[in-house]
Design a protein. Sequence first.
Length: 221
Amino acid sequence: MEKRLYFYSPGDNFYIAPLTLFVVAKHSVRENGIHWLEPIWKAGPSGEDNGLSLFTSKLDAYIYAITLNGYDKGGWAAYSFSDISVTEMMIDVATIQDKYSIHINFGFAVDNEGKVLCPNEALITKGFVMSFPHEKGSSALSPIILKFSKELFKEINEYWVLHYRDYCKDLNIQNEISNSDMHSFASIAISKMVITTENGRSDFDRVSRFSINKNEWIISI
């Protein structure tokens, strides 16, 4: 019988947001023998902002996982956030953090030449941070449901107003693409991606992502 993965709860859907969200994670085993789904965490401006890395785009999640596997063969894959137990995640870090931070990524950071930044064998994502207070007494019998601010997603739409009439609406449709087809699109995107291993930054607050319709990388502003 296959072991149950801690954090993995297929189909339970523990969040409410205007856009479907995705996690990049891998099957790992902790020192105490617990099998768990280890997600990508992202460092914030301060240690208290370190938290779960979420992707608004299924394609972006696939691109991130495939490129990461190219460096460490770690078995990283994209998972729907609907299949992740938010309650278990928050309980897991409640003893070491006062709040639970989540980075909502909507593209990749680029330098002044439009090259995607990849200084430490992982693409640098661009996004906003939302923090949620830990709910005392949480358990499997009273699961936590995260409610994401609609205003935040309106801000994300503004980043892509030059390319999308409604980024979130278009992405919700694109995120329904099958896993096999999405893997193919991600492979095409990676073949066309120009990266830099330098830890440079853009003079502008720009974000890049691959457009399936245009078959090329586009930049937000």
